[in-house]
Design a protein around this ligand. Structure first.
Ligand SMILES: Nc1ncnc2c1ncn2[C@@H]1O[C@H](COP(=O)(O)OP(=O)(O)OP(=O)(O)O)[C@@H](O)[C@H]1O
Ligand code: SF4
Ligand SMILES: [Mg+2]
Length: 387
């Protein structure tokens, strides 16, 4: 059965146009980072091993929607974001953008295409050149795209310095920066101001998708809210889509339409924000959400109960990658990859777990225990009814 990870296409209004093809369609996308062979491996003639950072990911992003991407550190979120921005080339799989295959673009066609997808990085200090002024930082993608347009014969003239400054001056208020800061340097801004500069730079070329890689994690809470609100406003004004990569579940709940959960290079669950965050089905999603700190004195001393070893991403074995940590594991899980599949009655939620139907109603909180103490009453200590 072929499954689409996009939300159900909305019913077109009577006489209206049918909904557009997805902005991003990826299928079986893989990114391997080859490791250098040790001398022993070399002399034994062993083949090169690889880190499977993203391993067979299929998903879609529709125009104007926000997809939240969550998962533990090292699960491959940034690598997937970079693949979608084509900052990495895929090792395998297909990547279509507005129906066009862009997975194999190289050289000028790739650089020309790049305006469509911009990236905002976590660290506004490291991602902004401290030697450049605001107009140069924000104007840099504009200048690069204008050069690309000339190379492919889509534009005649070269932007003068004054024209570029004028375009940047116009762009700054859209992210809440004063238009008269053109000649300031990044260090003259607060953390929130620097992140606004990153947004201005990303939005200057009117992208169709922005990959937001932990855009607020370096900011204090009040500034986080301001930046998220600005992102929501910009999306409404420009119909831009977001891939929001974050550890901040509250931010996903606030801005996202759908959520994708990754574990060790693979998608384990995807669905609406309400479905995945309120009624998670995959044991990993339950554990991940149960581990989110809450402002509740009664749960302050809870800890992540699911133990076990995290398997290596270097040539991982077959079977479910969560098996060594899963309290519901059965023999089948260790040998057979669970496909991402629709779960009956779960409103379009897709889950990669052989036992999704058995475990779906187990509350996430039951996967936590008080530090050092016994698990709370009702915690399943043995696998729930045999699959
Ligand atoms: N350029 C690279 N070369 C080799 N390995 C890499 C490279 N980039 C990422 N990896 C590895 O790929 C895996 C996934 O990394 P990635 O940064 O995508 O995870 P992440 O989910 O974004 O983590 P975090 O939440 O900490 O940012 C990790 O094991 C990482 O060490
Ligand atoms: S029950 Fe099996 S397939 Fe499902 S998460 Fe646990 S180990 Fe993986
Ligand atoms: Mg990351």
């Amino acid at each position: 059965m072929s499954l689409s990870l996009s939300p159900p296409a909305s019913t077109p209004a009577a006489g209206g146009a049918p909904s557009a093809a997805p902005l991003v369609e990826i299928e079986g996308l893989q990114k391997l980072f080859p490791l250098t062979r040790t001398a022993t491996e070399y002399f034994q003639g062993r083949s090169r091993r690889s880190i499977h950072a993203v391993d067979g990911v299929s998903m879609t992003i529709r125009a104007g929607e926000t997809v939240g991407l969550i998962g533990e550190s090292g699960s491959g979120k940034t690598t997937l974001g970079w693949l979608i921005a084509r900052l990495h080339s895929p090792s395998a799989g297909t990547f279509r953008f507005e129906g066009r295959d862009v997975g194999n673009l190289e050289g000028t066609p790739l650089r020309h295409w790049r305006r469509n997808v911009q990236v905002v990085f976590q660290d506004p200090v490291g991602s902004l050149d401290p030697r450049l002024k605001v107009w140069q930082i924000v104007g840099e993608p504009l200048r690069a795209q204008e050069q690309m347009d000339r190379q492919v014969g889509q534009s005649g003239g070269r932007l003068s310095r004054e024209e570029l400054r004028a375009r940047v001056r116009d762009a700054l208020p859209t992210v809440g920066l004063p238009p008269d800061c053109l000649d300031q340097y990044p260090h003259e801004f607060s953390g929130g101001g620097r992140q606004r500069l990153s947004l201005a730079r990303a939005f200057s070329v009117h992208p169709k998708l922005v990959v937001l890689d932990e855009p607020t994690s370096a900011l204090d809470v009040a500034v986080q809210a301001q930046i998220l609100n600005r992102l929501v406003e910009l999306q409404r004004e420009r119909q831009v889509a977001y891939l929001l990569i974050t550890h901040n579940v509250a931010a996903v709940r606030y801005v996202a339409d759908r959520v994708v959960v990754m574990y060790l290079g693979q998608i384990v669950e995807v669905g609406s924000v309400h479905g995945v965050l309120e009624k998670p089905i995959h044991p990993y999603t339950k554990a991940l959400l149960a581990a989110v700190p809450v402002a509740d004195a009664g749960r302050r001393r809870t800890r992540f109960r699911i133990g076990g070893d995290v398997p290596s991403l270097v040539d991982p074995p077959p079977g479910c990658r969560f098996a060594p940590r899963c309290p519901f594991v059965v023999d089948r899980c260790r040998v057979e990859d669970p496909p991402l599949r629709e779960i009956p009655g779960a409103a379009g939620q897709l889950v990669a777990c052989h036992r999704a139907e058995d475990v779906r109603d187990i509350p996430p909180a039951s996967l936590l225990s008080t530090a050092g103490g016994p698990p709370p009453a009702g915690t399943p200590t043995a696998p729930v009814p045999p699959a």
